[in-house]
Ligand binder design. Structure first.
Ligand code: ADP
Length: 474
């Protein structure tokens, strides 16, 4: 059963009960008050009759003016219940007196009872008459209740017909109102169904009513749709970049594999190639294998980062890491100018290995892209609750059109394409820094040089470092 029908039925049932209770109350009140009115009139008439001067138990004398109203029937009885006289309007009818009534009047009590004669109800008031200290007979005064019964019947018919009509109108009105009130819900259902079948997250529920419960439901539904749409777009974008990444990765892997395959074909050649060529081909194969290993390692790091594996972070002293990286790089490139300006006491919330890996990537790039006579410098600084480490070089700089793309996977600048890079270094560096809740940014000026800055949250001053040096407050 629909909510609309249930609400309408409930509403109609409540109204029907209210109407029924009201009708019964009205009917009972009217019926009792009319009967009470007739009873009072009868008692009064009986008393007047008895009080009349010319009253006799065996001969009824009706004062004409007094009985000009509704027809009144009078009958007198002996104390044994035998009829002594009756008014002519009774015709052949004898007013009855039940045995309980007779007992009551014999005991001096008046008695009221309703009897049915010729399909009409009569209300009879029987009262004993006392004279000289003893009961001499009974006066019965009766009046027909037909008029009251007709009035009550009409009232009953009106109540039933009017109640039914009101109920029907209320049901119709309730049905329409419930339909109007539930229309936004229907629209929400239709929209949800349409989204389900068409996968169209652009759709929204149109609601122009007040901001009541349904208004809020429509707004909440629309907000939920907007969020779903944003999430859906994000998933689509992620899927798209994933596809691009897989395509790029396959392409990058294919190049060294093709070179290796070609070189192996050279080695298989008959007659065999010269020993010098053979050495060169083997060196090529070894180079390509190295490149493959590097590429696969890089892909592994990115895949782990994408899988959401979070890095364990803790207060880490920056100085020992930078010193170590500077020492290693200086050993690898002894003829290059590398300056390290390390401030004391910089303690960041991060991961030691990840920070070192990022610094090595940045230093490797700086060495790769800076001419031999150029200068490379590493600086650390602490400010506003952040610890920063910058790697600057005096290399060729990065073109402003290239700069926004350098952190993209497999992106390589024009002059870098012929080099040994895979285009994954900076994307790995960025992923690693972000996994420590830090940022990696780049500034560059063409022909002047570039500067890459890692920023990490500063650890509390009391934090102890891994190597037991203790953080120095700055
Ligand atoms: P690659 O393996 O090519 O170095 P990266 O992701 O490390 O890949 O760098 C992406 C691109 O950013 C490089 O190809 C190069 O064009 C540019 N780039 C990175 N570091 C520097 C730098 N220090 N100076 C100039 N260009 C740089």
């Amino acid at each position: 059963m629909s909510i609309r029908l249930r609400i309408t039925l409930l509403y109609s049932a409540i109204l029907a009960l209210t109407l029924a209770a009201f009708s019964v109350l009205l009917y009972v009140t009217v019926s009792q008050s009319t009967r009470g009115f007739v009873e009072d009139a009868l008692i009064e008439e009986t008393q007047r009759l008895i009080d009349a001067k010319e009253f006799r138990i065996d001969k009824i004398v009706l004062p004409a003016s007094r009985f000009a109203g509704p027809e009144t029937y009078v009958q007198t009885l002996t104390m044994n219940g035998d009829v002594t006289d009756r008014t002519a309007n009774l015709g052949t009818v004898v007013l009855p007196l039940s045995s309980e009534g007779l007992q009551a009047v014999q005991g001096g009590q008046a008695w009221l009872e309703t009897v049915k004669i010729e399909n009409e109800r009569l209300l009879i008031h029987s009262k004993p008459v006392e004279s000289g200290g003893r009961l001499i007979g009974v006066v019965q005064v009766a009046r027909s209740l037909a008029e009251q019964d007709r009035t009550l019947n009409t009232l009953r018919t009106i109540l039933i017909i009017a109640g039914g009509a009101v109920l029907l109108a209320a049901f119709g009105g309730g049905w329409l109102l419930a339909g109007a009130a539930l229309r936004p819900i229907n629209r929400i259902t239709q929209t949800a169904e349409a989204i389900g079948t068409d996968r169209d997250f652009d759709r929204r529920v149109t609601y122009s009513g007040p901001r009541d419960e349904l208004g809020r439901l429509a707004t909440t539904f629309n907000t939920m749709l907007s969020e779903l749409q944003a999430a859906y777009r994000q998933v689509q974008q992620a899927l798209q970049s994933q596809r691009r990444f897989v395509a790029d990765a396959s392409h990058e892997l294919r190049t060294p594999l093709t070179t290796i395959r070609g070189n192996l074909a050279l080695l298989e050649r008959e007659p065999p190639i010269s020993p010098e060529d053979r050495v060169a081909v083997l060196a090529d194969i070894a180079d390509e294998c190295e490149r493959l290993i590097r590429l696969v390692n890089d892909l592994l790091v990115l895949a782990r980062a994408d899988a959401g594996q979070s890095l364990h972070t803790e207060p880490v002293a920056i100085r020992p890491i930078v010193e170590e990286v500077c020492r290693q790089v200086s050993l690898l490139a002894p003829d290059r100018t590398i300056e390290c300006h390390i401030s004391d006491g910089a303690v960041a919330n991060g991961n030691r290995d990840a920070i070192k890996q990022v610094l090595l990537i940045l230093m490797d790039n700086a060495l790769k892209y800076t001419p031999a006579d150029g200068r490379i410098s590493v600086e650390t600084a602490v400010s506003n609750g952040r610890v920063s480490v910058s790697v600057s070089d005096t290399g060729p700089g990065i073109d402003p059109s290239v700069l926004p793309h350098i952190f993209e996977r497999f992106y390589r600048g024009d002059y870098a394409r012929s080099g040994t890079g895979t285009g994954l270094g900076l994307s790995i560096a960025k992923v690693l820094v972000e996994a420590q809740h830090g940022t990696l940014s780049a500034e560059s000026r063409v022909a002047q040089g570039s500067r890459f800055t890692i920023e990490l949250a500063r650890a509390s001053e009391s934090a102890k470092t891994e190597d037991g040096n203790g953080a120095q407050p700055t």
